[in-house]
Write a protein that binds this ligand. Sequence first.
Ligand SMILES: NC(=O)N[C@@H](CC(=O)O)C(=O)O
Ligand SMILES: [Zn+2]
Ligand SMILES: [Zn+2]
Length: 446
Amino acid sequence: MSTSYLIKNAAVLGGEPTDLLIRDGVIVSVGVGLEASGVEVVDATGLVALPGLVDLHTHLREPGREDAETVETGTRAAALGGFTAVHAMANTDPVADTAGVVEQVWRLGREAGHCDVFPVGAVTVGLAGERLAELGAMADSAARVRVFSDDGKCVSDPIVMRRALEYVKAFDGVVAQHAQEPRLTEDAQMNEGELSGRLGLRGWPAVAEEAIIARDCLLAAHVGSRLHVCHVSTAGSVEIVRWAKEKGWDVTAEVCPHHLILTDELAATYDPIYKVNPPLRSAADVEALRAGLADGTIDIVATDHAPHPHEDKDCEWQAAAFGMLGLETALSIVQETMVDPGLLDWAGVAERMSAAPARIGRVTSHGRPLAEGEPANVVLYDPSVRRTVVASEMASLSRNTPYAGMELPGRVVATFLRGKPTVIDGKLATPHENTRFAPVPAGTPA
Ligand SMILES: NC(=O)N[C@@H](CC(=O)O)C(=O)O
Ligand SMILES: [Zn+2]
Ligand SMILES: [Zn+2]
C-alpha cells in the first residue's frame, strides 16, 4: 500500500503551480515537473496548498459534555476544515486543571487520529479564578501543555493573573486570557450600544474587554512574561494590542472568524444562534479587526469553535448558551473577509492560521513551511468554488452554525496529517489507514 503521494501543480501559498512529493510522512521534494514511481498522484491543479491549519482555540467538550461534541467528532470537523492540529480548551467537566485530565484529552486525540490535539490547561483550579492549577505538572505531563487558559471565564483577580504569568515562564508557557471584566458584564447578553437598549438586552460594553487587555499587557510586561489575548472583538482592543507591541512586549492576539463577518445587528432577530462571547460588535469594530489582522497587530485567526446541543440554543435569547461552531467554515470566512477583498494573500493566511498559532502554542511539528524535510501537514483548498452551508451536513455533533443557508467561497479538498490523508475529496478519510486518493477536478462545484 502506498504511503507516498505526488501532489501535482498545487499553488503553494497561492504561488505558481508546484509539485510536492510526500514519503513516509515527510515532504521529500518540492519543485516543478517532479516524477516518482510507486506513488499516488494527486492532481491539485487550481488548488491552493497551505501548511495544515492550527487552531489555538477549540472547544471539544470532552470530558463531560459529550452530548455537544467529543474529541472524535470535533477533530473530524477540524480535519474537514483543513486543520491538522487543535488546542482543546480547558472548560470541560471535569475541568482540565490536572495532568490526569490533559493526558486523557491528549490520548483521545491520538486515538481519534483526525488531527493532533494539544490540550490547554486551566489557569486556576476549577476555573474558579482563585488558586493556581498544577501548571507545572500539566507542562511536564505527556500532553506537554504550553497554553494555559480559564477560557469561558476571565482570570479577573490581578494577583492571580500576575502569579500565572510568572509561573508559566519556567516552561515557556503562555497565558491565554478570556478578557471580560466580570462586574461590568453581569448578565450581559449582547454588545452594549443603542441597539441593546432598543432590544431590551443587557449590554456587554467594549470597555469590559479593553480594560482587562490593557491591564494584562501591563502585567505581562511587568513580570516579563508572555500573554495571549483570546477572541479580540473591539476596535479599542486592537489599538491596545498595537500599543503593547510597539512597546516591544510579548503580547499576541487572536480574532475569530465570526467577529470578522457578523455584526450585532443580528441580535435583532433574537435568534440565539448569534449569541456568543464576546458578543458580535459593530461594523466599525469588524473593520478595525480586519485591518488589525491584515497589518499583523492581531497575530492569528482562532475559531473558538463552541458546540452546544440544540436544547441549549433552541430557547429564548436570555436562556441560551454563548458560542457558535467554527472549524468547518473558518477558512471560507477568512477567504471571504480577508483574501477576496485583497487584505491578505495566501501566504498571509498560512502565517495567521498555521505558522503563528503553532509558534504561540510552542508546537514545533506544525505550522512549518511547505519545504523539503518538513512534516507533511498540508491542506489543499479550492478557492474557486462556492457552497451553501448546511448545518445538518456538519461533522460536528452540534448544529449551532450561524452560517446555515449562507453561500461561502472555497472548499477544503484534502488534508494530510504527517503524509496521511485525513480528508480526501472533501470527505473524511478513515484514520490510521491508507485510503485511495480520488481528487475531484478543480472547479467542480461542491
Ligand atoms: N465563546 C463562547 O461564546 N463560548 C465558549 C466560551 C468562550 O470562548 O468564552 C464556550 O465554551 O461555549
Ligand atoms: Zn472565551
Ligand atoms: Zn472559547
